[in-house]
Design a protein around this ligand. Structure first.
Ligand SMILES: [Mn+2]
Length: 282
């Protein structure tokens, strides 16, 4: 399979800071070679803002989404499978726009990313990603992203979620987004995906690396216990691919500074190799 890697080395608009250092750290750790070793061809593009760009968390975040929508769209047009390496999960808004079509979302994350500007306690734009995708916030800014369209709740599944803010939880409870709790992955994922498959014809796989249990790998400073093992991830990805073709994948929120023993980088490379292999078989 021809793979286009799109690296977005930013965290909250800050170049190579914190989780913004993750994309290039994964490239240095051998991601491209691992994919080539599995028989894929790989090209890599690194998103860069102009050196003198004014950084505003929200504005810069959306600028990166616009770039990604275009970059992912070009990859799809050229028949290449897009793999996005991102500092922040909100890049998914751009990636989904570029993928186009009736695309469902399998969102692996310890967090729900379902805050809106009115519910967030942290002010972290990243935590509004799924709320934005489903049309709950940033309704003017999303219109600046080429090909953006709202994804209906019933086409979205949160997997491995376990760290949810109180107001965010209220929103999620009222929504029709499917939630597969970390401890229930093997019981619940098939049914959740079957529900999504009724409405879409392909699926985007979003992996916030902190979906992994912190004891398995410490992906970032937000990592918490009670998460998925690598075996759980294999199981879940295989179940997803059995029901819908995977049209693109993101590995997000890897902070090399939190990854003392390199386990998170190894896990990220393994998961992307598995996802690419499953996408290739479709
Ligand atoms: Mn996230």
């Amino acid at each position: 399979m021809d793979i286009q890697i799109l690296a977005v080395p930013y965290d909250s608009g800050n170049h190579r800071a914190r989780m913004g250092a993750g994309p290039e750290a994964l490239l240095r750790a051998g991601l491209e070679d691992a994919l080539r070793h599995s028989g894929h061809t790989v090209r890599t593009k690194i998103a860069e803002l102009p050196a003198d760009a004014w950084i505003a968390e929200i504005g810069t975040g959306f600028e990166l989404m616009r770039m990604l929508s275009t970059g992912v769209g070009e990859a799809v047009q050229s028949g290449r499978f897009p793999i996005v390496l991102a500092g922040n999960c909100n890049t998914a808004i751009g990636t989904l726009s570029g993928l186009g079509g009736a695309t469902g979302v399998a969102w692996f994350d310890a967090h729900a990313d379902f805050n809106t500007p009115d519910t967030t306690a942290s002010g972290f734009l990243d935590g509004t990603a799924v709320a934005t995708i489903t049309g709950r916030c940033w309704r003017s800014l999303v219109t600046t992203i080429p090909e953006f369209h709202v994804v209906p709740d019933h086409a979205v599944c949160l997997i491995g979620v376990r760290d949810i803010d109180p107001l965010e939880d209220e929103l999620l409870e009222k929504s029709a987004v499917a939630v597969v709790r970390a401890e229930a992955v093997r019981n619940d994922i098939r049914r959740a995906l079957a529900g999504i498959a009724e409405h879409v014809d392909q699926i985007y796989v979003h992996i916030d690396l902190d979906v992994l249990d912190a004891a398995v790998a410490r992906a970032n400073t937000y990592a918490v216990g009670g998460g998925l093992t690598l075996d759980d991830m294999h199981y879940a990805l295989t179940e997803i691919a059995a029901q819908l073709p995977i049209s693109g994948v993101t590995l997000s929120a890897y902070d090399p500074a939190a990854d003392d023993d390199g386990a998170a980088a190894r896990a990220a490379i393994e998961l992307l190799s598995v996802a690419a292999g499953l996408a290739d078989r479709a």
